[in-house]
Design a protein around this ligand. Structure first.
Ligand code: P6P
Length: 340
């Protein structure tokens, strides 16, 4: 009986039970959970924190940064830099890789989005932290080169996210399925509450930002039209729609009750392959979704197989219930259109 175990206790139990987990990786995940508790303490104060609103700056994505984007990024960087576990880091909020002092370098690379969905923070809708762990090719022996970060999603050693919602929940995979740990604020610990999440194969719930409809490629347009056609349409069932504008909240819902989440390519800016970033959004979420029995595609290619060519590289994302993702892929392949 492992439900109720605390995060580190559970990971050590898994290692003793034969799961291939290094002590350093266990420690790294534990340290990330500590930063997320600090982030939770900050974001849960809302207006009391006095740091809601915009910071008056833009990140490398050209997106307006919230005060809390910067504050949460600094919490993660300042803590993880001195754990002796990471050789370097990549953050949505920082243009270049974050350098770790030689004496502090460890064996892993940590990619993260410190506050995903932060456009929701001022209106008190769930936001989250997403993280992905890769092995540093040179370990702690040398400062990682930029290309050391360019690893496919299949190379991830761990991936997770924390959703700061009515409950604060850490969702984690190390390649042995997906487990959920709820923050028990009475004791300040993430406690195992769901072991072995399984995404239902079928769904009637899709999540997409319909306001971008006129910018989509034909296969995505056709799929959504067919969803809207309901029982009398080619898909033969009535669909429901959700859009929270916070990926962590959408993925959490899909892990609990199934569904499909799509942020497809759109031609607003043809130079961008999509809105979501491969290294610290699409890859970690795809690792989690696949480990929970779901699927994750660009619409034409498995996301975890996408070649990484940039720290802030973007990809189209279609993830969730396996049978529904396969349908959307079929629309794309049948359309014969090349990836935009
Ligand atoms: P839009 C948040 O900024 C984010 O990266 C994801 O969490 C979310 O799914 C998406 O962008 C929302 O985008 O264009 O609907 O605001």
């Amino acid at each position: 009986m492992t439900t109720g175990m605390k995060l580190k206790q559970f990971l050590l139990h898994e290692k003793r039970a034969g799961v291939d987990l290094s002590y350093d990786l266990i420690e790294l995940i534990h340290e990330v959970s500590i930063t997320c508790k600090e982030i939770n303490a900050t974001v849960s104060r809302g207006e009391l924190s006095g740091v809601l609103g915009v910071a008056g700056s833009e990140n490398v994505q050209g997106e307006t940064q919230k005060e809390l984007d910067i504050i949460t990024n600094d919490i993660m960087v300042d803590h993880m830099k001195f754990t002796g576990l990471v050789a370097g880091m990549g953050s949505e909020e920082v243009d270049d890789p974050i350098v770790v002092p030689a004496v502090e370098r460890g064996e892993y690379l940590l990619m993260f989005d410190p506050l995903d969905g932060s456009s929701n923070i001022d209106v008190n809708i769930s936001v989250g932290t997403i993280f992905s762990v890769l092995k540093a090719p040179m370990g702690c022996r040398a400062e990682p080169k930029l290309e050391d970060y360019y690893q496919k999603g299949t190379q991830q050693k761990a991936a997770g996210f924390v959703v700061y919602g009515p409950a604060t929940v850490l969702v984690l995979t190390t390649g042995q399925g997906v487990n959920m740990f709820t923050l028990d604020t009475r004791i300040g610990e993430f406690v195992l509450t769901t072991e072995g999440c399984q995404i239902p194969d079928e769904t009637t719930e899709y999540a997409i930002n319909m306001a971008n409809k006129r910018f989509w490629e034909k296969p995505m347009l056709q799929y959504i039209e067919d969803c809207l056609a309901g029982e009398k349409g080619p898909l033969g069932k009535r669909y429901n729609m959700r859009w929270v504008a916070s990926m962590v909240a959408e993925v959490y819902r899909i892990l609990v009750r199934g569904g499909i989440f799509m942020y497809p390519y759109d031609d607003r800016d043809p130079s961008k392959a999509g809105k979501l970033r491969l290294m610290y959004e699409a890859n970690p979420m795809s690792f989690i979704v696949e480990q929970a029995g779901g699927a994750s595609s660009t619409g034409r290619e498995r996301i975890l197989d996408v070649d990484a060519t940039g720290l802030h590289q973007r990809v189209p994302v279609v993830l969730g219930s396996k049978a529904e993702v396969e349908k959307v892929v079929e629309y794309h392949l049948k359309s014969g259109t090349e990836a935009a």
